[in-house]
Design a binder for this molecule. Structure first.
Ligand code: IVH
Length: 710
């Protein structure tokens, strides 16, 4: 067989000539095998032989990269990586979009932009309106015009390398002519309605799993470890954005998209340019009317400021651009019976009511659970006690209307009291935790009732531990939700620090357990040991403090830089007063709720003990890794700036956002801690104060030079 013969001369010993010959022969053999496999569905060689051919081809290409054929099948079809996908760090993060659900929110969005930019009434502001494709986003990196890497969005910062699979998508060019040397093209992979129906029919015929909707089918087809499966699935692509690029693509969104189209990317033909709210909303209505006949799923309309210079001025919040918004279509609805209400206890002790429903299809997906939010929602009132749904409460046995918007957890919109059973009773929300029997307390002003059991409540303890080992937190290989639950049941784990004493206390026992053995326990303990060194942001996120998600943990880490700083500041801080409180709130993206929550955690004796035990364990080797200053090193990073007087070339909001993007802090008043005062015409007392403190005072022109916008 070809594969065996090829192995005879080791690749390392091949001459250049022999390599070139071998390459041509191997490439033809692999291409023929590919065609037989997924073109004709009749494989002619075994998988093992195919892999051997492919490996040798790759090895020769690696040794003589300049000999690699442009159309080499290694660029077209790949072997499955052994486990999972390789990770790719995006050169520029892949962001998401703010959502608008009503016309008013769109009008507000425009007003905010105009205010931020300081546009005068009547000054034109053009935006594009384009369909929001319901698929999954993809980033394509081209170097020297050649597709080098394709990555999924992942968590926005790190995605999965799907280059080999993307080579199977006919819509995506492998080679570009006349493109900038470096260019990242971004867009959406999706599946058309017709292709989706045909795929599901084929899957059903051969007894394979069918997909709930075209988006799941697209995601399932792209995220295949075997690129040959991707090849057999009809995926499509629309380009709508870009990441890093070495040369400008145009002056406007419209021009840049036209450029992508000229380079060979499919772009959405239903994109229009609009000059204000009426035009945007008209575009929205037109797309909504066309939605059913487009032939692919869209879930809204995306509006983007057209002028790229304005986009740059508007910049980004932590996860979304200020210059774009997604105007979503109304959610899909269906009626079904609410069979029971169950209470789940979360990591922060919140008692969350969940509706168990008679299964019903909502927008193509079968739904059997929905959130009921909290006890007020069930009782038919809002947090202030005013009636919602006309005051109608929700009871077990009721007919309820379920809705689903995008990918979020389904919700209950309404209840049909005319179909209510005569003997039904209002739902009584428990005041005792169903998991541990502790009092469940509702603080004044809080919508949620919480179990007071803390880590003594098994549900909370397990949820906290599960969160602790989750992917964005400690991410310990071999210690997933299942193991956490099992170890918890054994009584081996109660709090995070216990993970690090597991080997010492229960290692020998574990190695004797079914399914564990010596090798897997050794691997687990090695993975745990490796995590004694942990990045500050991960640690902060892992603590599971209410309101502190991944983004907030990142903000806190890059502000305080070290665990010592952070912990000391939180221990010393008081809610609502003092310099630590002000310092915390000065972080762009940190509000009072988040700040109060962190401070509360650092003043709770149970939490303090658990954190101290954990830090003690981490410090036995490795310890907490300091965060780095935000990547934007600039002349003003780390400095505290105050603006006063009138700025003529940018609004206050813009100046603040710009300074923060460059790593500076913006304060409202001058103090000894101020580094720079930017004083426009009309500056008064602040300029005087700056003089007293010996603070550097600069004018707007100098500020623009510092901000790189002169
Ligand atoms: S622009 C920085 N345009 O929607 C802005 N996104 O909800 C980048 N999406 O993650 C996104 N159609 O996957 C943009 N025409 C469109 C889109 C679109 C679909 C997706 C994209 C994004 C998500 C945010």
């Amino acid at each position: 067989m070809a594969g065996q013969k090829d192995a005879e001369v080791s690749v390392a010993d091949l001459s250049r000539e022999a390599a070139a010959d071998d390459l041509a022969r191997l490439a033809a053999a692999v291409a023929a095998a590919n065609l037989a496999y997924h073109g004709l569905d009749t494989p002619e060689i075994s998988d093992a032989d195919y892999d051997a051919l492919k490996r040798r081809l790759l090895a020769i290409e690696a040794r003589f990269p300049d000999l690699a054929l442009a159309e080499s099948p290694t660029r077209v079809v790949g072997a499955a990586p052994a486990e999972g996908f390789a990770k790719v760090t995006h050169a520029q993060p892949m962001l998401s979009l703010e959502n608008a659900f009503s016309d008013e929110e769109v009008v507000d969005f425009l007003a905010r932009i105009r205010k931020f930019l300081g546009l005068e009434a009547g000054a034109p502001l053009w935006l594009t309106a384009e369909p929001k494709i319901d698929g999954l986003s993809l980033s394509l990196r081209y170097e020297g015009g050649r597709l080098r890497q394709a990555a999924t969005r992942g968590d926005g910062a790190v995605g999965e390398n799907v280059t080999e699979n993307v080579a199977q998508i006919a819509d995506i060019p492998q080679q570009l002519r006349g493109a900038p040397d470096l260019m990242e093209v971004r867009g959406e992979v999706y599946m058309s309605h017709a292709d989706f129906a045909a795929l599901n029919a084929r899957q059903a015929l051969v007894g394979e799993k069918t997909f709930a909707n075209p988006r799941n089918a697209a995601a399932g087809s792209l995220r295949q470890l075997d690129a040959r499966i991707t090849a057999a699935r009809p995926l499509r692509f629309f380009a709508y954005a870009w990441g890093a690029h070495s040369a400008s693509l145009g002056a406007t969104q419209t021009e840049a998209i036209a450029r992508l189209k000229a380079l060979g990317f499919p772009t959405n033909p239903r994109t229009t340019r609009c000059d204000g709210p009426e035009a945007l909303l008209a575009a929205y209505r037109a797309l909504e009317a066309e939605r059913a006949t487009l032939g692919y799923d869209i879930d809204g309309v995306v509006y983007k400021v057209d002028d790229l210079a304005l986009q740059r001025r508007l910049g980004f919040r932590s996860t979304t651009p200020r210059w774009a918004i997604a105007h979503k279509f109304p959610a899909e609805l269906a009626w079904t019976r609410l069979e029971r209400i169950e209470i789940q206890v979360g990591r922060t002790g919140a008692l969350s009511p969940v509706a168990r429903l008679a299964p019903v299809t909502v927008g193509g997906v079968v739904v059997s659970n929905a959130t009921l939010h909290n006890e007020d929602y069930i009782a038919g009132r809002d947090a202030k006690g005013s009636p919602i749904r006309g005051g109608r409460d929700i009871r077990e046995g009721d007919w309820v209307q379920v809705y689903r918007a995008g990918d979020v957890i389904p919700k209950i919109a309404d209840v049909d009291v005319s179909r209510r059973n005569g003997d039904s009773q209002p739902y009584v929300f428990p005041t005792i935790c169903p998991e541990c029997g502790s009092q469940a307390i509702r603080e004044p002003g809080d919508a949620v009732r919480r179990c007071s059991g803390g880590l003594a409540c098994p549900a909370q303890a397990v949820e906290k531990l599960r969160h602790f080992v989750s992917r964005a937190a400690f991410d310990i290989e071999g210690l997933g939700a299942r193991q956490i639950e099992a170890f918890f049941r054994e009584g081996w784990l109660r709090e995070p620090a216990d993970i690090f004493t597991l080997r010492e206390k229960h290692g020998a026992e574990l190695a004797k357990r079914e399914g564990w053995g010596e090798k897997s326990t050794a691997n687990l303990f090695a993975a745990i040991e490796a995590r004694r060194r942990i990045a500050l942001a991960r640690l902060i996120f892992a603590l599971g403090i209410r309101h502190v998600g991944e983004a907030a943990a990142g903000l806190l880490a890059s502000h305080y830089l070290s665990w010592q700083n952070f912990a000391a500041a939180m221990r010393g801080a008081e809610i609502g007063v003092g310099s630590e409180w002000a310092d915390l709130l000065a972080i762009d993206g940190v509000g009072e709720t988040l700040a109060s929550s962190v401070i509360t955690a650092f003043h709770n004796p149970g939490e303090i003990a658990a954190i101290a035990a954990l830090i003690g364990e981490l410090n036995k080797s490795g310890g907490v890794q300091d965060a780095e200053r935000p990547a934007t090193e600039s002349a003003i990073s780390g400095k505290t700036i105050v603006f006063t007087g009138t700025l003529e070339r940018m609004t206050r909001a813009e100046a603040k956002a710009r300074a923060e993007a460059l790593g500076a802090k913006v304060a409202g008043s001058v103090s000894a801690r101020t580094d720079i005062l930017v004083a426009g015409p009309g500056a008064g007392s602040k300029a005087k104060k700056a003089e007293e403190f010996g603070v550097e005072v600069i004018d707007e022109a100098a500020w623009l030079a510092l901000a790189g916008q002169a």
